[in-house]
Ligand binder design. Structure first.
Ligand code: GAF
Length: 382
């Protein structure tokens, strides 16, 4: 059953009527540009064809009722006329409460809604299931109530909910691509100005996501530590953010900076340059160059930013050996497990999946899951 079928069926059963409308918001895969977003840098993600769906029923009062179809139809409700607080024990509720709280704080005129939520973005795999939920809820209020809100504002509101209500200090990439992706395109995003450039995906390029199924431990604390180290490096160099530094400046001013912060900064400064170069390579269909840049990105995440794990490095090695020169593979997302993304010729996909199935369990002791994806549209009505 697809998420949209599921939310429709659960809505009809629970609320004894048909939903007035459905909206969706996708997960994402980041092609390159990792841990650059909170350094005001560049990222190159695309939305994927895995999504969170919301069935919506209009209400005449100020009550918001939510049913989580993927969590045994757990229920939450809160009143827009009261201060919106954390749910005592349902973590999924806080994503919804947070989004609604900040929509209200931003001055959007809200009314009550009945909502049923379901999604098929793999959770905890670094494919932005949380951001897709935040954006789907923002989109639900926009479409149902006709709010005059831009997609960028829905993204910023979702990020605020994640930062201030849920408690993860993430950047803006995931919410922006979920809100603003375009079918068959990647999005080059300047995370300082939020300027975007759509890059068409070449038709003879496949996007393969492979989930290492390594449980992502300590993600939030390690993520926040990386962020602090980057901010410390920016302070050392006297710049607003690492975005404002190039490799020459990095080397020239490194005296007095501790080795770890220097390495973190070297990843970010290099990754910004690689991301801009990768956008050009993708636009020009230069898969060899793209492959080199992805390999450099992975090496920097492993050696300088220290966010890969041995199983992920092995997965990258297995896949790279089968892709050949045209295309590349790297870890994608926040790190410490999760997924790798490969960009490759479509005729190589079967051989890559076969190699992963044969070699990864033998070398790592885990089974990997492979998804062939296409670049999809951002949030909107379903
Ligand atoms: C996570 C965060 F949510 C993003 O903002 C980004 O920093 C990413 O990790 C790393 O590139 O997905």
């Amino acid at each position: 059953m697809t998420p949209s079928q599921r939310v429709s069926a659960v809505f009809a059963e629970r609320f004894a009527r048909q939903p007035d409308l459905l909206v969706r918001a996708p997960g994402r895969v980041n092609l390159i540009g990792e841990h650059t977003d909170y350094n005001d840098g560049f990222v190159l993600p695309c939305a994927i064809d895995y999504e969170t769906c919301v069935a919506i029923g209009l209400r005449a009062d100020s009550l918001v009722q939510v049913i989580a179809a993927d969590y045994d139809n757990q229920h939450d409700q809160f009143d827009l006329g009261q201060p919106i607080e954390h749910h005592p024990d349902q973590r999924w509720s806080d994503y919804i409460r947070g989004v609604v709280k900040y929509l209200q704080a931003r001055g959007y005129p809200l009314r009550g809604l009945d909502l049923v939520v379901s999604g098929n973005v793999p959770q905890g795999a670094g494919l932005s299931s949380s951001a897709s939920l935040e954006v789907a809820i923002g989109q639900a209020f926009k479409e149902a109530l006709g709010l005059d809100i831009t997609q960028a504002e829905i993204a910023l509101n979702g990020q605020q909910a994640e930062n201030q209500f849920v408690g993860c200090n993430c950047g803006i990439m995931d919410q922006m691509i979920s809100a603003s992706g375009k079918t068959d395109h990647a999005l080059l995003l300047d995370c300082r100005s939020l300027a975007t450039r759509l890059i068409p995906m070449p038709s003879d390029l496949a996007v393969l996501i492979v989930n290492s199924n390594v449980r992502r431990g300590l993600v939030d604390s390690e993520y926040n530590t990386r962020r602090q180290q980057c901010e410390a490096a920016a302070r050392h160099y006297g710049v607003k953010a690492l975005r404002d530094l190039d490799l020459a400046g990095l080397e020239a001013g490194k005296a007095g900076l501790d080795e770890i912060c220097y390495r973190r900064a070297r990843h970010v400064v290099g990754e910004n340059a690689r991301t801009l170069a990768a956008a050009e390579a993708l636009a020009g269909g230069d898969l060899e160059r793209l492959g080199e840049l992805m390999a450099q990105s992975h090496a920097a995440m492993r050696d300088d930013f220290a966010i890969t794990v041995p199983a992920i490095d092995t997965l990258v090695e297995i896949i790279k050996a089968k892709i050949g020169r045209e295309g590349g593979v790297r870890m994608t997302g926040g790190g410490f497990g999760g997924c790798v993304v490969a960009l490759l010729r479509p005729d190589k996909v079967a051989a890559v999946i076969a190699a992963v199935d044969a070699e990864y369990p033998a070398r790592v002791g885990l089974k990997a899951d492979s998804y062939v994806c296409s670049a999809s549209a951002g949030a909107g009505p379903r």
